[in-house]
Design a protein around this ligand. Sequence first.
Ligand code: NAD
Length: 496
Amino acid sequence: MTERNRDHWAAEARALAFPRRALVDGRFVDAVSGATFDCVDPATGRVLTTVAACDAADVDLAVAAARRSFESGVWSRRAPGERKAVLLRLAELIRAHRDELALLETLDTGKPIADTLHGDIPGAAATVQWYAEAIDKLYDEIAPAPPGHLALVRREPLGVVGAVVPWNFPLEMAVWKCAPALAAGNSVVLKPAEQSPLTALRFAELAHEAGLPPGVLAVLPGFGPTAGKALGLHMDVDCLAFTGSTEVGKLFLIYAGQSNLKQVWLECGGKSPNLVFADCRDLDAAADAAAHGIFFNQGEVCSAASRLLVERSIAEVFTAKVAERARAVRLGDPLDPATTMGAMIDERHTDRVLAHIEAGRRQAHLALGGNRVVVGDSRAFVEPTIFTGVDNDHVIAREEIFGPVLAILPFDTEEEAIAIANDTIYGLAASVWTADLGRAHRVGERLKAGTVSVNCVDAGSTATPFGGFKQSGFGRDLSLHAFDKFTGLKTTWISY
Ligand code: NAD
């Protein structure tokens, strides 16, 4: 097969049909208010389509339909094997529509087409499949009980799950919530980020094609302070699963307290340290991973390895290796399959990233990049950027930038490295490079992070839990542990 080039994707983009209406009770509908918002391609500034701007009235309708579907048992009490079959079909449909979904995601977010084709979309399909396969392999418990008694401990779906997700991996974040929540038998009302509603809408359409009954999954495009807040405050939502900033995560805790004490699960921000010790056996592999860990997905990754802690004796050599990789990043048109870094999500976020770079210039040494790049009509591109001479008190070492900005900090001892690594409000991920197995365990144990990667960066799979400590949130996505979020334990005592 000839490699499909930029022209192919540009032609496909021109022919693409964009989803634009909300999905409520199995039907695509306009927002009750009739309001819409522009969905913009950040790489060109072009308006792709206008999308329904849902608010509290739409949330009320979607939650009511979700409740009806849940109580009817049409999904919640369906045999595990039947729910499994529907979700397996959905995984297949995602795969069958890979090109279309990848293109929607790339146009909506500015991510390189190579990443959405080979990462986001197959990743989403794999996650749906994983949870589909788990459905008929989960056993409940029988607890020890006195003679003449039987104590059953069963996991039950919670009811109506609200999911509010960000724009950096729109389909994958939606699937990380929806797949386990649906697999467990819940009904779900999903609010994608206003910057990136398209793949969630198409995903829900495919879910219905796969046989998901109407009402079980609703998708409400809209803004945080309207649709997101209404879901958080709703009296008939049993659980709210959120991925996004720590600031908004805290609001969901308040919403729960102000309403029905719904369960809230938060996957929030990060400022993840990557520790490279001088005994690291393969500095080239470490440099590859360090660069990928911050420049992948334009640095718009919650677990991005944004603080690189390097033992002083190798700091200069290692910084040069990482800079070499940064210079090899191909920044540009996301529709070009050779592009490895695309546009930031929008100009507003680009300005935020550039403001952090300005703060960095005032406090540390700018070793590489630091500039906005204009591509065609879009001003939403930022060069891969590296700062050296960073102190952990500097703004760029403390705040989550969510852009391609690496802060390099030297250290002298293991103790100091651990102290710097943990000196952050976040605790999502951390990495350690060392040839010393004892050190790997010693340091790994003391790093306050939900995932510690040794001699790799930001490792993970559907089979392993993902989430944070401290202000990175609580609860875990992925793995069987995700079911802890979306089910409640019920004990039934039987006396005989
Ligand atoms: P954000 O918090 O601004 O928005 C996330 C979602 O919350 C969006 O759907 C948005 O509409 C909604 N929202 C915004 N304000 C709201 C409000 N007042 N009430 C209710 N809902 C509201 O985050 P973002 O800028 O879209 O995404 C970037 C953030 O997401 C980063 O902090 C990143 O670290 C985090 N993130 C975390 C993970 C993780 O798993 N830990 C994964 C990806 C992204």
